[in-house]
Design a protein around this ligand. Structure first.
Ligand SMILES: Nc1ncnc2c1ncn2[C@@H]1O[C@H](COP(=O)(O)OP(=O)(O)O)[C@@H](O)[C@H]1O
Ligand SMILES: [Mg+2]
Length: 259
């Protein structure tokens, strides 16, 4: 049964999409079968992997017009793509019965085919995000190690607590990912300490360093492992993926050559 993970932070630019792509690719390096869900109408994940416009995207699926139709990007990595049309979905579904459970239903038939389903959430806490949380086992929160990293977190926690109480008892905050970390910056080190004080053990030991290859890879329409396996970005996301296996009680299926 696939474990379902939502990458959530309603702030933009904190590393949700970068983490979704590269955790997905990292887990695939470890032999896991991964399905990435692009749930953001801006379709950054879809575009960053160079996937052309598909006939059936997440938009048609949430409208009940199709099943999930995965696009295979590389061995062990499939993607459910997004499109700008998805921006209308929240309004269109507002009167739909069971509207918070649409994704959960869609995932059911594919759960056996994957070890992990990773959802790249939009930068908002609307109905799409609610659907992500209702269907997930874990929420991972990426935080940029900059000033104001923790600002707005009370709101995220509130939404997670509500979903757990009303819609999905399984849901837990499974991890906090510190992103764009530069150890030369005192501020970054201070913010990591603050994040650890606030979230304790939830914070992954792997800090995702500020690494230009991670920003370049999407321009080449590649994940970090295809773009530059030797980069710090690849090392960090592989190490994070290993931690994720440990935390979720899964076992690596293949040996890796990267650090
Ligand atoms: N660790 C990193 N080092 C350098 N650039 C990064 C890193 N993580 C993300 N970026 C860049 O920062 C920007 C925002 O990241 P993104 O993953 O799109 O955030 P979000 O999905 O939360 O909006 C993108 O241009 C991305 O390439
Ligand atoms: Mg994004």
């Amino acid at each position: 049964m696939g474990k379902i993970i939502s990458l959530l932070n309603h702030k933009g630019g904190v590393g949700k999409t970068t983490s979704a792509i590269n955790i997905g690719a990292g887990l695939a390096e470890l032999g896991m079968r991964v399905l990435l869900i692009d749930l953001d109408p801006q379709a950054n994940l879809t575009l960053s992997l160079g996937i052309p416009r598909q006939r059936y995207t997440i938009y048609e699926a949430v409208r009940g017009e199709s099943e999930l139709v995965p696009y295979n990007v590389k061995p062990n990595v499939d993607v459910i793509t997004s499109t700008l049309d998805l921006s209308g979905a929240e309004m269109e579904l507002i009167n739909e019965a069971g509207r918070e459970f649409i994704l959960r239903e869609l995932f059911e038939p594919v759960l056996e085919q994957y070890d992990f389903i990773i959802i790249d959430c939009p930068p908002s806490l609307g109905l799409l995000t609610l659907n992500a949380l209702t269907s997930s086992d874990y929420v991972y929160i990426p935080l940029q190690t900059e000033f104001l990293a923790l600002q707005g977190l009370a709101k995220i926690k509130q939404v997670i607590d509500k979903v757990r109480f009303r819609l999905n008892k399984r849901l837990v905050i499974g991890g906090v990912i510190a992103t764009m970390y530069d150890k030369r910056k005192v501020l970054n080190r201070d913010v990591v300490e603050t994040i650890k004080k606030y979230f304790g053990e939830k914070v992954f030991k792997t800090l995702i360093r500020d690494n230009v290859a991670l920003a370049e890879a999407p321009a080449q329409r590649q994940d970090i492992f295809s773009y530059n396996k030797k980069s710090k970005g690849a090392k960090d996301y592989l190490s994070l993926s290993k931690e994720i296996l440990e935390r979720t009680g899964m076992t690596q299926k293949v040996a890796t050559t990267t650090a």
